[in-house]
Design a protein around this ligand. Structure first.
Ligand SMILES: [Zn+2]
Length: 245
């Protein structure tokens, strides 16, 4: 599904538009002309559907060189290994989270806790995956004639990053699980979630003056995204907590 000249929606689950598997996060394809990248990988359960959706864009899979992971929870990162192993894509993650994915650390990825909570079945597979590129705050990722800027956005999880894209005169953000339409956030009772970090990350997004939001779940915003950031920011300023996803 084409969202802009350069951005396609190729995966999503029960909170999105059911483009792939119910457990998948939103997965986006960014076309830089000579090459393309995926933003997040999904859970792995919808791998074939995501591949079919990429093919339907007309962009050959051989042009998709990398997967940029916003964070390494199962619904965003368990699918990374298939793209690495079957298509030779390079996997990029934050420098903090990269070792946890490379080691397949079920505690750090919070998968064990999510399985105990019944969020994932006990036979859910989250393969360890080599990380070729470790990303830090203010790094630039070149994708053909486009550049994506890395912004650290911890809160929902440790080692969470978002990616800024300037396109068509608009400032867009791939926000992972940091912010959703309506100013919703995603707090969980997990080791890596921090409300104070979350508030600081939302304040940072407020400063970005965003036009478009491509979040990890739910609807995408193609204009006035900053209004939605302001709703979350307003809650934090009142020492309240924004509504959860
Ligand atoms: Zn998450």
């Amino acid at each position: 599904m084409r969202l802009s000249e350069r951005v396609y929606w190729v995966g999503s689950g029960k909170d999105g538009s059911e483009l792939s598997h119910p457990r998948d996060c939103n997965v986006f394809l960014v076309d830089g002309g000579s090459e393309a990248v995926l933003i997040d990988a999904g859970s792995g359960l919808g791998h074939e559907a995501i591949v079919a959706n990429i093919a339907a864009t007309g962009i050959p899979l051989s042009k998709v060189k990398r997967v940029l992971l916003t964070h390494i929870h199962g619904d965003h990162a368990a699918g990374a290994y298939d793209f690495y192993e079957r298509y030779g894509m390079e996997i990029a993650a934050s420098a903090e989270a990269a070792p946890w994915l490379a080691a397949g650390d079920m505690e750090k990825t919070s998968l064990r806790a999510a399985q105990r909570a019944g969020v994932y079945p006990l036979d859910f597979r989250f393969p360890a995956c080599p990380v070729a590129i470790e990303l830090q705050e203010d790094d630039w990722v070149t994708v053909g004639d486009l550049k994506l800027r890395v912004v650290d956005t911890p809160g929902h999880s440790r080692g969470h990053i978002s990616l800024v894209l300037e396109e068509e005169g608009a400032r867009s953000l791939f926000s992972g699980d940091t912010l959703f339409a309506g100013g919703r956030i995603y707090i969980q009772n997990s080791w890596d979630c921090s409300i104070q970090d979350y508030a600081a990350s939302i304040a940072k997004l407020q400063d970005l003056q965003l036009d478009r939001l491509y979040p990890g779940h739910g609807a995408c915003l193609l204009s006035r995204a900053s209004d939605h950031v302001a709703r979350a920011q307003g809650c934090f300023e009142r020492l309240d907590i924004p509504p959860n996803l």
